[in-house]
Write a protein that binds this ligand. Structure first.
Ligand SMILES: [Zn+2]
Length: 316
């Protein structure tokens, strides 16, 4: 949503509350006690009441959503969601705090992490199909490795060196075939165009963890492309076709172009915006990046998608 449009649509707390109520009713309210979906709106109390006579449990507008237990106003949540979705890049809590003029950092940091978490939950609803590139990116805990260090660091980690200091991210990028236009002046002469992206923080880099990540992220109908690391030996039954390329024989950056572009971009983002991130919050930053990347063609509608997700998913 564009800035002017946002301020025209949501000038007050009341306007945000009204919109959020509509969104909640669109996705449905579920009673915490009996699980029923039929509710009355009690205007004087600003609460939903369960229609079941033996229950009558009341649900506030924020309860059961990402805003549950939050003391921040609807207007603050809406402004934060606008700031998150207004630009292509991730945004730091410090910047949101500065833009919104909020005194304390902690509630802003908490709000942003809750929003990032529901962005991850939203994307978990989808599996990747088509031709899927897979690789891992490696990050040190406090700094992002420079791009030219990437290959050596990966080899070291695969040999089991230095793994305590680094965290690994599984990166999956779905693509679809396109006619290669040889006359095109585009830098990327790939015969595949990028579709959707998933990134997961890995607890360990081993066959079991990689196999589970592939299973939860990719459709069985998909085709998988990887390098020839030993962790990828038993992936055949997870997809229609698995093609491992030997990095000693082919230029792996050309075989897996989109996954490497994504790794390079997320490193840049994490370093430029956050100056490095701790392991505890890494997954949330990755989820924010993927949510926005996967909706890059939605234009101004990304804001509405985030409001929808915030009404759908509970924080805990
Ligand atoms: Zn009930």
């Amino acid at each position: 949503m564009r800035l002017l449009e946002f301020y025209n649509s949501f000038p007050t707390e009341e306007s945000c509350k009204k919109d959020f109520k509509l969104m909640r009713e669109k996705v449905g309210i579920t009673c915490k006690v009996c699980g029923g979906c039929a509710h009355y709106w009690l205007k004087s109390k600003e609460m939903y009441q369960c229609k079941l006579n033996s229950c009558r449990f009341r649900t506030s507008l924020k309860s059961g959503t990402v805003m549950e237990n939050s003391k921040l106003s609807f207007h603050i949540w809406y402004k934060a969601m606008h700031l998150i979705t207004a630009t292509k890049n991730n945004i730091s809590a410090v910047e949101v705090q500065r833009q919104l003029g909020i005194k304390n950092y902690e509630p802003v940091f908490e709000m942003l992490n809750k929003l990032r978490l529901i962005m991850g939950k939203r994307d978990e609803q989808y599996t990747l199909d088509g031709i899927v590139e897979f690789d891992e990116g490696f990050f040190s805990n406090s700094e992002i490795l420079k791009e030219n260090e990437f290959t050596n660091q990966k080899e070291e980690l695969k040999r089991g060196k230095g793994s305590q200091k680094k965290s690994a991210i599984a990166v999956l990028h779905s693509t679809s075939k396109v006619e290669l236009n040889l006359k095109s002046k585009s830098k990327h002469k790939s015969d595949r165009k990028p579709k959707f992206l998933k990134m997961y923080q890995l607890a360990f880099v081993n066959s079991k963890e990689i196999s589970q990540t592939i299973k939860k992220s990719i459709s069985k109908k998909a085709e998988l492309i990887t390098d020839k690391a030993k962790y990828y030996n038993d992936l055949q039954d997870k997809v229609t076709k698995h093609t491992p390329y030997d990095s000693k024989k082919v230029n792996i950056l050309k075989v897996l172009p989109w996954v490497h572009k994504a790794i390079s971009n997320i490193k840049g983002t994490l370093w430029n915006i956050y100056k490095g991130v701790s392991n505890d919050y890494m997954q949330n930053y990755l989820s924010e990046y993927c949510f926005k990347y996967n909706r890059r063609s939605f234009g101004v509608n990304v804001f509405n998608r985030l409001v929808l997700a915030s009404a759908l998913y509970q924080w805990n």
